[in-house]
Design a binder for this molecule. Structure first.
Ligand code: NI
Length: 229
């Protein structure tokens, strides 16, 4: 399931990120690619261990942990330190079809996670570049994603995906992975749908409505049943 989370960063945050990033040193994006994806990856990244990447990454993680929709959709156990990339039209940047590595290790912290979900957080406005769509393939077909700056998309890390060539301007984004407490994508989707329905009921009926309380109990018991922590 693909889930968009709007407004993870404010427009002011995005402008601040871009000021810092535009002044930073960039390197070839293949430094973090696996053997297959290195063959099809052509973009630039902030060096993953750089102070700039770590500081901005921590700001993203703080914003995520305060975002109810993100928490509800991802049920995160561990979030990998966010990485940052850019695709520049004049350099013909793109990222061909690939699947992300199943396990990611972070050199600085020693953190190792199973990548259940991939995340792209857009840091350029859609009107500032052409091309650069994130295309994710799942059982329902191909999905093209291009979101306003500050919004993110969550998609199963197991899916084949690509970034189409940027033909005008520059596409800047953060991307990272997370291990969810609920490994199975279908189980996680059911929990998310249930939670969304409960939140809507709470608005209509209040938090102390007896059926809402029962459904809230079922929500927690499903997490109790499926969570690996
Ligand atoms: Ni990827």
């Amino acid at each position: 399931m693909l889930i968009c989370v709007p407004g993870v960063l404010t427009k002011d945050d995005v402008a601040d990120f871009r000021r810092v990033m535009d002044a930073a040193e960039w390197e070839d994006g293949r430094s973090t690619a696996g053997a297959q994806s290195a063959l099809v990856k052509k973009n630039e990244q902030l060096p993953p261990d750089s102070e700039v990447a770590r500081a901005l990454g921590n700001r993203i993680i703080s914003a995520l942990t305060a975002n109810p929709r993100f928490i509800s959709a991802a049920i995160p156990l561990q979030i990998f330190p966010p990485l940052f990339n850019r695709y520049v039209a004049s350099d013909g940047h793109h990222f061909g079809v690939h699947v992300d590595n199943a396990v990611r290790g972070d050199r600085l912290t020693g953190l190792r996670i199973r990548t259940d979900l991939s995340v792209t957080l857009f840091l350029s406005e859609p009107e500032d570049y052409d091309g650069g769509e994130l295309v994710v393939e799942d059982n329902y077909g191909s999905h093209e994603i291009k979101l306003p700056a500050g919004d993110l998309v969550l998609y199963p890390a197991s899916s084949l995906h690509l970034v189409t060539p940027v033909t005008r301007g520059t596409r800047v984004a953060s991307f990272f992975w997370l291990q969810s407490m609920v490994r199975d994508d279908h189980a996680r989707s059911l929990i998310f749908d249930l939670d969304t329905a409960i939140q809507n009921l709470v608005e209509r009926l209040g938090r102390d409505d007896p059926e809402t309380v029962k459904l809230t109990g079922i929500y927690h018991n499903l997490i109790r049943y499926w969570a690996e922590i």
